[in-house]
Each structure stands twice: as structure tokens, then as C-alpha cells.
Write a protein that binds this ligand. Structure first.
Ligand code: ZN
Length: 317
């Protein structure tokens, strides 16, 4: 029998990534296209999987890692839908129903929870011997700021899912005149530290800011506050920072210094003192954490389904 394959989607605000892969994290085929209106975008994803099934065999399950906010409570009537997203036309869109035609189980989580999950299994969220860390946070800083959390090998979900980007930082003294860009809160973390907030202050694109521009000290201070606050709230074993803004090379050392500043010596642990270079780190999977997280969700869901089928004596396909 050929090796089982699984389907994965990383649904982003600007692009969709669809892939077919195997349980070890190998992507057999991948497609990338622009996020347009929900109907045509989801139809293009479905068409990819139907065509890919001809080449690789029918996938056992589908994992969807999506931008949010999402209804993730399987008992809620709106399960699988996007909630109050600012992405035009996508509010209330059902992300699961369009894939019913594939006839396979579907797992859904946020893109950042999925990224945290993949990093814990294959990336920078592991011990030196390769085993997953028990508690890990993945934060992306780009057009938005989002955070995913893995606790005890599972992504953190509750009433909804973590929304770490909308925590409130203390204002930097040199940044008091800026109102922030979050449509809900103004000067929450996302409103002060996402890509558009930097551009709004600079008046030009991010890439044109000189390395010693004071904006980076302000940016690092806010992200340092975020790292300090999630350290206090969740006590992760590591924090991974990804996303477009984090490509700016100077940020990591500045953020580590500001994290220590805001922790004020209270967390007397090696990880946040001499060992902080190994506590706040870049992703190990580059920009593949989201799609690999979706793949791994599909693998786990496919296996669960089969275990349940065996327990109840149902015949397997
Ligand atoms: Zn906000």
C-alpha cells in the first residue's frame, strides 16, 4: 500500500497556500494563490485537492490553518466560521463546508496556533534532542500581530483562541503622539507595532528605514513588553518571533534586552537572563510553519478518525 497523504491549507489575508504531504512533514505538492472573494478562493482550493487526489491518492484528512478570528468550538452553531474579521467579504464565511465534497475529516485552527504546533514538532520549538517543548509561543509580526500557543502538546483553545496581538502595552515616552492603527483599540500592541503602524510613523516603506532609526527602539520596546507579558501569563519554554517585520536584523537583540527590562529581574531563570538568546528566537521552519502545522493537524485528525473507527468496529476505507 502506498504511503497515506494528507491535505493542508494555510489561509492568509493576502494568499492561500494549499499542499499535499505525508505524516513526516514532507510536502509532495504545493500551490499558492491570491486571497480574493471567499467563493472563488475556496473553490480554487477545492479544485487543487480534487486534482491532487488524482496524482497522490485520496488524502485521509484536511487541516486548515486560517487567519481569524475563528469559531473553534465544535459545539457552537457557527463552528468553522470566520468571526468579526476586518478582511472584506470574509465575515461569517464557513471555512469547512466547502470541502465536504472531499469526504474526509477536517481540522481547523488559527494560522498562528498551527505555526506554533509545527515549530514544536519540526522547528525551533524543540529540546536539543529533538523532542517537542511542552509549552511554546509563536508570535508573528507583520500586517497584523498574532500569537499561537502550544501547551502540553496541544494548541491552546478555550472560549475562542489567544489574541495576543491585542494586549495593551505601556506607551513608549517618545511615541505618545501616535494614536495607533487598530480599528478596535487604537493603541493595542497590534495598533502600535504592526507593519502598517511603523509605516504610518515613518511615512514610507519599512525597508527604507535606516538600521539606526529610532522607530526600531520603539518597536522593540513594544515587542519586549509583549514577550514579558506572555512570559508572565503563560510561562512558555521558548518564544518564537516570525513575520515580515521580524526580518529586520536589529530587532532580536533589542527585543531581548527590552524583555529583560520589563521583567525587572523578577523571573530569575537562566532562560530570560544569560540564556535569553535561546529563549526568544526566529522560526526554524522559515515561512513554512503555517502550512506544516495544517498538515500535522490533518495527520492527527486522520489518525484519530481511524482509531475511533477501529474502536467501534467500523470498517475502514
Ligand atoms: Zn487591537
Amino acid at each position: 500500500m502506498s504511503e497515506p497523504v494528507y491535505a493542508a491549507i494555510e489561509a492568509g489575508g493576502t494568499k492561500f497556500v494549499c499542499a499535499i504531504g505525508t505524516a513526516d512533514g514532507t510536502l509532495r505538492e504545493r500551490a499558492r494563490f491570491a486571497t480574493r472573494d471567499p467563493e472563488s478562493t475556496l473553490a480554487e482550493a477545492l479544485a487543487f485537492f480534487e486534482a491532487a487526489a488524482q496524482r497522490h491518492g485520496r488524502p485521509r484528512a484536511l487541516g486548515i490553518a486560517s487567519f481569524g478570528p475563528l469559531e473553534l468550538d465544535p459545539y457552537a452553531p457557527l463552528y468553522g466560521r470566520l468571526l468579526r474579521t476586518p478582511k472584506a467579504g470574509w465575515h461569517d464565511v464557513d471555512l469547512i463546508a466547502p470541502f465536504a465534497r472531499l469526504g474526509i475529516p477536517v481540522a481547523l485552527d488559527t494560522d498562528v496556533n498551527a505555526a506554533a504546533f509545527a515549530e514544536s514538532i519540526w522547528g525551533a520549538g524543540r529540546h536539543a534532542d529533538g523532542t517537542p517543548l511542552d509549552t511554546l509561543i509563536y508570535i508573528t509580526v507583520g500586517t497584523g500581530i498574532g500569537g499561537g500557543v502550544v501547551v502540553h502538546g496541544r494548541t491552546l483553545r478555550g472560549m475562542m483562541h489567544p489574541e495576543l496581538g491585542h494586549l495593551f502595552p505601556r506607551r513608549h515616552p517618545d511615541d505618545l503622539g501616535f494614536a495607533g492603527v487598530c480599528p478596535h483599540h487604537g493603541d493595542c500592541l497590534e495598533g502600535l507595532a504592526n507593519g502598517p503602524a511603523i509605516v504610518a510613523r515613518l511615512g514610507h516603506e519599512l525597508g527604507n528605514a535606516t538600521p539606526d532609526h529610532p522607530i526600531w527602539d520603539i518597536e522593540a520596546d513594544y515587542l519586549g513588553q509583549l514577550c514579558a507579558q506572555v512570559t508572565l501569563a503563560i510561562s512558555p519554554q521558548r518564544i518564537i518571533l516570525g513575520g515580515g517585520v521580524m526580518q529586520h536584523a536589529r530587532l532580536f537583540p533589542l527585543i531581548r534586552a527590552r524583555t529583560r527590562h520589563w521583567l525587572g529581574g523578577y523571573i530569575a531563570r537562566h532562560q530570560v537572563e544569560a540564556g535569553i538568546d535561546d529563549y526568544i528566537v526566529a522560526p526554524g521552519l522559515d515561512d513554512r510553519s503555517g502550512i506544516l502545522g495544517a498538515l500535522r493537524m490533518a495527520v492527527d485528525t486522520g489518525r484519530q478518525q481511524r482509531d475511533t473507527a477501529v474502536d467501534t468496529g467500523e470498517s475502514l476505507p
